[in-house]
Design a protein around this ligand. Sequence first.
Ligand code: 5GP
Length: 170
Amino acid sequence: MEKEILISRERIRERVKDLARQISSDYEGKSPLLIGILKGSVFFFADLVREISIPVDIDFIGASSYGSQMESSGKIRLTKQVDSLLCARPVILVEDIVDTGLTLTHLVKTIESNSPESIKICALIDKLERRERTVCVDYCGFQIEKGFIVGYGLDYNEKYRQLPDIYIIK
Ligand code: 5GP
């Protein structure tokens, strides 16, 4: 498969630091619960959390919307539930990429039903072209118009997740 670098590891590192600084300042005096959405956000999540300077708790939720193709199936399957109590907690959902918006819309509803104090969304990539649901991305790493990307946690058929840079498939 032909691919070329879209976002280098250096640019990712700088942007992750910016997002962490912003979150640390917005949540000063609070201890938010950061929930990483498996599996695509794992490297972004680990890098982000380690740059945050205020106390945070971490947890994970598992969601899958893609089969083996590059098109979203539109059906969201929960593969792992959050372990923490969410009631009255400030929650930040950490996602790799927002595409149609269906996954986040579904997960926000699931989390909202547990009465958190607030929910904000942090996404490494906001991909605009195929949006079907309005999603408010409070902390956004990069915006891209379209294309299918891999690396830094993002897969194609479960491959390429370990690449340190983000590539676009040609
Ligand atoms: P949505 O529900 O917003 O359509 O899709 C979100 C999920 O689709 C992401 O968490 C990710 O797993 C997958 N996805 C969407 N666009 C891409 C892409 O360009 N590359 C990869 N690898 N996954 C994507």
